[in-house]
Design a protein around this ligand. Structure first.
Ligand code: KMH
Ligand code: ZN
Length: 444
């Protein structure tokens, strides 16, 4: 992905009497498109240092009337960056409206701030900035100090994205990787009878999740009594069973369970997984401590690289993102970077929108990122991640409920729920082959 994708700007404008064009003080749609043009221009200035040109609208939807006295919040986001073209998605929302109820005693100046903004218009468009006019980089970067010379190869950080509350514009064609965390180390059969334990059960569940839309399976294994294990033999058995049934990307855990040694945790790497987790810091994990010292993280990073696997960077705290970036600067991990924001672990960072927006702002534009939120946060944060253009992980490792009080009958229904939501906002759930390409996996 080229830097600039995800760059977002918002402006807020009051529609005055001079904007009303039709009867009933109705504002014409062209006025709203003019605001999209202003947003597009700011995006181009921030990305290219030039106002550029609006070339074409691919789609425009007028969804609600706009009248004088209304306040519009207008947001645009860059969804694709070509050599000279910049595709964008726009949304205009009414956030304040004049009351306008003649005869019910309201004065003409009465107005309401809307609790929920009303989307009045959406559009997709393409702008161009000729090569000779591009003066990159002109992005407003996060307040990072200048990188040291040895970090000159670090991908550019994402631009700061500080949209107003509720402002979400979805890159409409963005591809989505759904990961199924089908077993984990903590969930028990006492909590849910739908937890897979044996290799055959894990393989069945992986195949069901694939059918539901998952392209990656995050894998732990269990002993026959259901206790957590990182045994090479059990992983080999589970991986072979999954491979015989389905083509998902298998991402093995190197986190294992709290209290396991690094040697124990690293065992699945001996089975040659395509992808493996790399936990980027220590945290309180419920009533336990999940220990990942800096030397241990580097040890595991080296083992992941030696195994030919690629790392997914598990971040449960803000500082874990900094640690991941430090690993990259040191050369311990390679680009493209893949971040998994694990939100809502008791003792870790909260599962909240402001948290997620901040985390996103910290990762390089060339990185992929996803959200794995715990318990009741799984569904809302999964949906938020999708709306913000990220990937998502669901499954019984993190959450056993499909809805309040209703156990999910395995991870597949949770994947299906996420995939259904993705369709409603225009995200395209990818298959494992495409996920491999997006993640930069070359081994199979
Ligand atoms: N079971 C947690 C302590 C990972 O898979 O890498 C760690 C974990 C993370 O599940
Ligand atoms: Zn895990």
């Amino acid at each position: 992905m080229h830097t600039g994708v995800g760059l977002t700007v918002t402006l807020r404008v009051r529609m005055g009497a001079h904007d009303a064009h039709y009867a009933g003080e109705l504002v014409d749609g062209a006025r709203v498109l003019g605001l999209f043009g202003d947003v597009a221009t700011e995006l181009l200035i921030r990305l290219d240092g030039d106002e550029g040109l609006f070339r074409a609208y691919e789609a425009i939807e007028f969804l609600a009337p706009v009248r004088s006295g209304d306040y519009l919040e207008v947001t645009g986001v860059i969804t694709k960056v070509g050599n000279t073209s910049r595709a964008m998605a726009f949304e205009a929302r009414k956030v304040i409206q004049n009351v306008r109820r003649p005869g019910d005693g309201q004065v003409a100046s009465a107005a309401d701030a809307l609790a929920e903004p009303i989307v009045v218009c959406r559009a997709l468009g393409t702008c161009v900035v000729p090569k000779e006019l591009q003066r990159r980089p002109r992005l407003v970067l996060p307040a990072l100090s200048a990188p040291p010379p040895e970090a000159a190869h670090l991908p550019e950080p994402r631009p700061v994205i500080t949209p107003a509350p509720h402002v979400i514009v979805t890159p409409p064609s963005a591809e989505l990787i759904l990961t199924a965390a089908i077993v984990g180390a903590e969930t028990t059969r006492a909590q849910t009878p739908h937890l897979p334990i044996t290799a055959a059960e894990l393989a069945d569940e992986a195949a069901r999740c694939r059918d539901a839309g998952a392209s990656v399976v995050h894998l732990h294994v269990r002993n026959a009594d259901g206790s957590a294990s990182q045994s090479q033999e059990l992983f080999a058995e589970a991986i072979a069973a999954i491979r015989a049934k389905t083509d998902v990307v298998i991402q093995t855990s190197t986190g294992g369970a709290v209290g396991m040694s690094i040697d124990e945790r690293a065992q699945p790497l001996l089975c040659g997984p395509e992808m493996a987790t790399l936990n980027c810091g220590t945290l309180n994990f419920g009533d336990d401590v999940f220990v990942n010292t800096r030397p241990q993280i580097r040890d595991l990073a080296a083992r992941i690289r030696a195994s030919g696997s690629i790392a997914e960077l598990e971040c449960y705290e803000v500082g874990h993102v900094d640690e991941a970036l430090a690993l990259f600067k040191e050369g311990a991990i390679s680009a493209p970077l893949h971040f998994q924001f694990v939100l809502g672990v008791p003792g870790g960072i909260g599962a909240r929108e402001d948290v997620l927006r901040f985390l996103i702002s910290q990762v390089p534009g060339s990185a992929t990122w996803g959200v794995a939120a715990v318990g009741r946060h799984q569904r809302p944060m999964t949906e938020l991640a999708m709306k913000l253009g990220g990937h998502a992980r669901v499954g019984l490792e993190d959450n056993i409920y499909l809805s309040k009080g209703v156990l999910a009958e395995g991870s597949a229904p949770l994947v299906a729920q996420a995939a259904d939501y993705a369709k409603t906002i225009g995200r395209e759930v990818v298959d494992p082959e495409r996920a491999r390409a997006l993640l930069g996996i070359t081994r199979s």
